[in-house]
Ligand binder design. Structure first.
Ligand code: IPM
Ligand code: MG
Length: 366
């Protein structure tokens, strides 16, 4: 960053399916907010997933990794296609779009994935939970470990005694748990100071190590209340009483599953932003949702998760807190009158708008 004329290098991965449409709206909003707050954003287009397979034959190239490393942050749409129809899924698993996503997370060291669930005041009627539950409010973040566990353990399928046997290894080391536990406690310190470690410590050794290491890190954060919850119970508590959560810390696979559930209770999966952070300030920012190939190109996608991810990028990687808050406020304002089709509402005053218009509205209210 140049202190005089604050300027940042942002890698942009448009991605597949609805990716390009939602990223376009986020870039529109970023350009507007940069103008308003007097900084400059320079974009480098990068390819990942299906669009990289189409161009280069592989879901991630070394060049993309190198270019991304030169950026201050990367903004990304979603990647992947319809497994039933897309030719990408005729390739072996290690060459498919998702493999590129996992590889970029690993090569950029993005170990901490923050997925936020906040029920906006004006979206209470879009919340699928009972009104009495929505009224209590929803505002928590899931810290999902992103570069370890089942996703990155050994995967193999072999024939043993004449039958197919498939194996996926779940393994965590002390340091992998410790560094994200630190991020989780730091995150809790800036919020309501409540941390819930979600695991399956009644069954898994890896979960027991998570408890041990997290309890150890907790000694440095006496102001934070730490409790533990089994993942099956947590999935139930998320719909029974989501207001009890502030920061949820969990391993990769549990975080993947719980964060989808967590996104829906705030109205739509189209609302959940995410930040994947490395050591230092570098991060990759993407909506938690997928590439929704069924609605790609129809202008029906909700760009708000991507726009809110761009706000996260301003906050965590670029240090532009005021600009981040301005985007969040603009989104809140626009939601008072407008919704994309994924946000169900009975309110006749609300106007339904498409992806492009939603981006325009957020940019205009900045
Ligand atoms: C996510 C996605 C990915 C994951 C898939 C596409 C590999 O579901 O970011 O949550 O499982 O991490
Ligand atoms: Mg997922």
């Amino acid at each position: 960053m140049n202190a005089q004329s604050r300027s940042y290098q942002v890698g942009v991965i448009y991605g597949d399916g609805i990716g390009p449409e939602i990223v376009r709206e986020a870039v529109k909003v970023l350009d507007r907010v940069a103008e308003r707050f007097g900084f400059h954003l320079e974009y480098t287009q990068l390819y990942l997933g299906g669009s990289s397979i189409d161009r280069f034959g592989v879901p991630l190239t070394q060049e993309t990794v190198e270019l991304a490393k030169k950026c201050d942050a990367v903004l990304m749409g979603s990647i992947g296609g319809d497994p039933a129809t897309s030719p990408w899924y005729k390739l072996e698993p290690s060459k498919r779009p998702e493999a590129g996503l996992l590889a970029i997370r690993k090569s950029l060291g993005l170990f901490a994935n923050l997925r936020f669930s906040r029920l906006f005041e004006d979206l209470k009627d879009s919340c699928p939970l009972k009104e009495s539950i929505a009224r209590e409010g929803i505002d928590f973040v899931i810290l999902r470990e992103l570069t370890g566990g089942l996703y990155f353990g050994e995967h193999k399928t072999e024939v043993v005694d004449g039958e197919d046997v498939a194996t996926d290894v779940l393994s965590y080391s002390d340091h992998e748990i410790r560094r994200i536990a630190v991020t989780a406690f730091e995150t809790a310190m800036l919020r309501k100071k409540r941390l819930t470690l979600v695991d399956k410590a009644n069954v898994l050794d890896s979960s027991r190590l998570w408890r041990k290491v997290t309890a150890d890190v907790a000694k440095d954060y006496p102001q934070v209340t730490l409790d533990y919850m089994f993942v099956d119970n947590a999935s139930m508590q998320l719909v029974r009483k989501p207001s009890q959560f502030d920061v949820i810390l969990t391993e990769n696979m549990f975080g993947d599953i719980l964060s989808d559930e967590a996104s829906m209770i705030t109205g739509s999966i189209g609302m959940q932003p995410s930040a994947s952070l490395a050591e230092g300030t570098f991060g990759l920012y993407e909506p938690s949702h997928g590439s929704a190939p069924d609605i790609a190109g129809t202008d029906k996608a909700n760009p708000l998760a991507t726009i809110l991810s761009a706000a996260m990028m301003l906050r965590y990687s670029l240090g532009e807190e005021e600009a981040a808050e301005a985007i969040e406020k603009a989104v809140e304002e626009v939601l008072r009158k407008y919704r994309t089709p994924d946000l169900v509402t009975q309110n006749a005053q609300i106007e339904q708008v498409g992806c492009t218009r939603m981006g325009d509205l957020v940019a205009a209210s900045l």
